[in-house]
Design a protein around this ligand. Structure first.
Ligand code: ATP
Length: 138
C-alpha cells in the first residue's frame, strides 16, 4: 500500500517533514524500530541517529537528535532537538564536531565531573558520526 503512513518531523524551530511514506525506521533509545502501516499505537524515546523512510522505490534519510516518536493510527510523529536532511548538513561542521568530541574523549581521563563530560562527549560524537553518515549516503 503506497504512501499509507504520514510521517511528521518537528523540531523547536520548524516542521522538517510532513509526507506520505510507505515505511519508516526510527533510532529508538533501545535500538532501531521499523514501522509499517497498522502498527500498534506506541511512544518511544529516540537516540541521535537516522530516520529512514521509503517513498515509492526510493529510501530517504533524515538525521534526528533525541526526542520522541509516537505512532497513532497511520501517523508517525517525531519531535526532536534537530532534524536535518542530508542537504541541510554541513559536512565540515560535523567533521569538526567529530574531531572535538574524539579529542575530549582521548584527553578525558581523571578530574571531578569527568563522568558527565564523557557522556556529553560520547553523545556529541554520536551526533557528528550520524550526521556524516547521512551526508555520505546522499
Ligand atoms: P556543533 O558542535 O557543531 O554545534 P552539535 O551536535 O552540538 O554540533 P546540536 O546541538 O545537535 O549541534 O544542534 C544545534 C543546531 O545546529 C541545530 O539546529 C542543528 O540542526 C544544527 N546543526 C548542528 N550541526 C550541524 C551540521 N553539521 N550541519 C547543519 N546543521 C547543524
Amino acid at each position: 500500500m503506497a504512501g499509507a503512513l504520514t510521517l511528521r518531523v518537528i523540531t523547536p524551530d520548524h516542521i522538517v517533514l510532513d509526507r506520505q511514506v510507505d515505511r519508516v525506521q526510527v533510532p529508538a533509545a533501545d535500538g532501531l524500530m521499523g514501522i509499517l502501516p497498522r502498527h500498534a499505537h506506541m511512544v518511544t524515546a529516540l537516540d541521535a541517529g537516522l530516520v529512514t523512510y521509503q517513498v515509492g522505490g526510493s529510501e530517504e534519510v533524515l538525521f534526528v537528535s533525541g526526542g520522541f516518536a509516537e505512532v497513532r493510527g497511520d501517523t508517525v510523529r517525531i519531535v526532536s532537538e534537530a532534524g536535518e536532511r542530508p542537504e541541510d548538513i554541513s559536512e565540515e561542521r560535523a567533521s569538526k564536531a567529530e574531531e572535538r568530541a574524539r579529542k575530549l574523549l582521548d584527553d578525558g581521563a581523571g578530574g571531578p565531573g569527568v563522568q558527565i563530560d564523557v557522556l556529553r562527549a560520547e553523545f556529541a560524537l554520536r551526533r557528528a558520526r550520524f550526521r556524516l553518515r547521512a551526508k555520505r549516503r546522499s
